[in-house]
Ligand binder design. Structure first.
Ligand code: GSH
Length: 209
């Protein structure tokens, strides 16, 4: 099979399963045992020198970084649908919030949780309150592109969903309503079911499960 996702169900690779389910491309999930340190073995390091999941292989193309995997899959297999075309007026908004998740939300919430001291003007993720207001502005009107669901909603939305689930993000109404909208997606439900089935099969305990 051309498309292979190196996967562990309790990792960001779970988000990539949702991406693959939405895009509808045939693929294989290749289990990497994070607990046994398989992601630090030479064959994995040769694909991702960071020694981290997820890793997507599409033929000879290797893509790491969850957001990049989403943008790649949408452009390659769902252009004009999950990815607005380059000349679509929604393209800028789509890219903006796709990048916001790993560049601002992830470090911003980690900084908050760990009580990091930093200068908000120098740190790319800025101050916490501004970040929350920006996030609300992105999703309070529906999906990132309004009525149109796109890959940006998986990249941004999976981050919001995960951070809410782990109590790292304030439960503001705009965020909880957004996650409710996302959880209606059959592709997300299928991805969750696949993750749960792999956990069951391999005896992996799911948080809260
Ligand atoms: N920036 C990366 C983060 C990847 C990452 O931190 N993956 C975690 C699992 S969710 C991992 O592989 N951790 C194992 C380790 O670093 O040893 C992305 O967005 O994909």
């Amino acid at each position: 099979m051309a498309v292979v996702l190196y996967h562990h169900p309790l990792s960001r690779a779970a988000t990539c399963v949702w991406m693959l389910e939405e895009v509808g491309v045939e693929h294989e999930l290749r289990f990497v045992d994070l607990m046994a340190g398989e992601h630090k073995k030479p064959d994995m390091i040769s694909l991702n020198p960071m020694g981290k999941l997820p890793i997507l292989k599409d033929g000879d193309v290797v893509v790491t970084e969850t957001a990049a995997i989403g943008l790649y899959l949408a452009d390659r297999y769902s252009s004009g649908k999950l990815a607005p075309a380059p000349d679509d007026p929604g393209r800028g908004t789509y890219l903006r919030w796709s990048m916001f998740a790993p560049a601002v939300i992830e470090p911003g919430l980690m900084a908050k949780m760990r009580g990091w001291e930093y200068g908000a003007a120098q740190a790319g993720w800025g101050d916490h309150d501004s970040m929350l207001i920006a996030m609300e502005s992105a999703v309070s009107h529906g999906f990132i592109l309004g009525d149109r669901f796109s890959m940006a909603d998986i990249i941004f939305g999976a981050t919001v969903r995960f951070m809410l689930g782990f109590g790292m993000l304030e439960k503001r109404p705009a965020f909880t309503a957004y996650v409710e909208r996302l959880e209606k997606r059959p592709a997300l439900q299928r991805a969750d079911e696949r993750g749960a089935a792999i956990c069951k099969e391999r005896g992996i305990e799911q948080p809260g499960g």
